[in-house]
Design a protein around this ligand. Structure first.
Ligand SMILES: Cc1ncc(COP(=O)(O)O)c(C=O)c1O
Length: 398
């Protein structure tokens, strides 16, 4: 019997928790407290240098979070009122709000049906004479198709920004996703694969952009004059200390997530009602902030059920699979009078086919900490899905 109907849940133990802390976090934090240097100290510089070197980029800035990092990039590029910026609707609201706070008009382009990342095929048709940038999100930590997106950006002379908020450690075609495009932005918020509670990282190889961002972070002051409007979103030395410490274990965790994800994907390939998201052969490393499972909505409909009923029953079995994003154009933040006033335009909120299917019918997410479990945990996920499928007839009344 299904757990939701009073049966025994299939999963008997818990998945690993997050974040995972250690003594090194504590010792660096205590060291910082004692140092009296609580801003712009050695820990921040050490992290930025190490991260830049590992990603193969010239410049790295550790900042307050992964929303202002995007806004600083856009502002640093001089993007603002009257400009258009292309983004996918299947992303966290910050991708959208950073564009709006910069004063630019967001333009939604649809996602790829197999990966849920911004599709290069739909980007090109959205480019106009006002387009200044494309923001490609590495949804779930999966690198977007950066060869194609870079080519389009170059051909149309627009900037390419990688929203790698979920993709720290991801590598596309042998190059860190943070080294692709004109700049990249990472989030180090509590749930993320590299976290210090709240934090963000900007990477770029563009000296002029780095200079503009540096200036904003330093109060906009040059030679004693306020030369630019500033946004001091510098990370504190406390957060930088935790970031530096947590960074030590990122590689081994990325390895474990990939190993478990490959095994789980293998188990899911055996099912006909669900599968793992597509995996492009040019992905050198997927960061797996999320493991996306795509349901086959037609198969579910044949049994008279839908994704949300399935997820409710699966959660009761002890497998925390979530429904994921609803496309951003459905929310009041995209249509509010305040948003319109900030950008002086209406955002086109016409629904886009693949984003609708992913958001409401087929998409689902397993959080990264589950992938830090054992092979038995991965088997539990697949077995719980099979159990729910076998009892699909009992779900219709949910
Ligand atoms: C795709 C994406 N962009 C931006 C952000 C914003 O990051 P933060 O929460 O650190 O501001 C997030 C955070 O979840 C995200 O997932």
């Amino acid at each position: 019997m299904l757990a939701i109907h009073g049966g025994e849940p299939l999963k008997k133990n818990s998945f690993p928790g997050w974040p995972v802390t250690n003594e090194y976090d504590r010792s660096l934090l205590i060291d910082t407290v004692r140092s009296g240097k609580w801003s712009c100290g050695e820990k921040k510089s050490a992290f930025e240098s190490k991260f830049a070197a590992d990603c193969g980029v010239k410049h790295c800035f550790a900042v307050a979070n992964g929303t202002v990092s995007l806004e600083l990039i856009l502002r640093g590029m001089g993007i603002g009122y009257g400009d258009e910026v292309i983004l996918p609707p299947y992303t966290f609201v910050a991708t959208l709000s950073s564009i709006i706070f910069a004063g630019a008009t967001p333009v939604f382009a649809d996602i790829d049906a197999g990966t849920y990342n911004l599709s290069h095929e739909y980007v090109e048709e959205k480019i106009t004479s006002k387009t200044k940038a494309i923001v490609a999100v590495a949804v779930a930590g999966c690198p977007p198709k950066l060869d194609e997106l870079s080519e389009i950006a170059k051909r149309h002379n627009v900037k390419l920004i990688v929203d790698a908020a979920q993709g720290v450690g991801a590598v596309w075609n042998n190059k860190s996703i943070c080294a692709w495009g004109d700049a990249a932005s990472i989030s180090c918020q509590n749930s993320k694969n590299l976290t210090c509670g709240e934090g963000g990282i900007i990477t770029t190889n563009d000296d002029a952009l780095a200079d503009a961002i540096n200036l904003m972070l330093k109060g906009g002051i040059r030679n004693g004059s306020y030369v630019s409007i500033a946004q001091d979103h510098t990370i504190s030395e406390f957060q930088a200390s935790v970031l530096l410490s947590q960074y030590n274990k990122l590689e081994s965790e990325l390895y474990l997530r990939e190993k478990n994800a490959a095994y789980l994907a293998g188990r899911l390939h055996e099912l006909d009602f669900a599968d793992a998201a597509e995996y492009d052969e040019r992905i050198t490393r997927h960061a797996y902030h999320l493991f996306i499972i795509r349901f086959n909505s037609e198969k579910l409909a044949e049994r008279g059920i839908n994704r949300d009923q399935f997820l409710t029953a699966l959660n009761a079995e002890g497998v925390p699979l979530a429904g994921g994003y609803a496309p951003l154009y459905h929310f009041p933040c995209a249509t509010s009078a305040y948003t319109e006033r900030l950008i002086g335009a209406k955002i086109d909120t016409t629904p886009l086919k693949n984003s609708e299917i992913a958001g409401f019918k087929e998409g689902s997410w397993l959080y990264q900490a589950c992938l830090l479990g054992t092979r038995a945990d991965m088997d539990d996920i697949a077995d719980a899905m099979i159990k729910v499928w076998e009892h699909a007839d009992d779900l219709r009344k949910l």
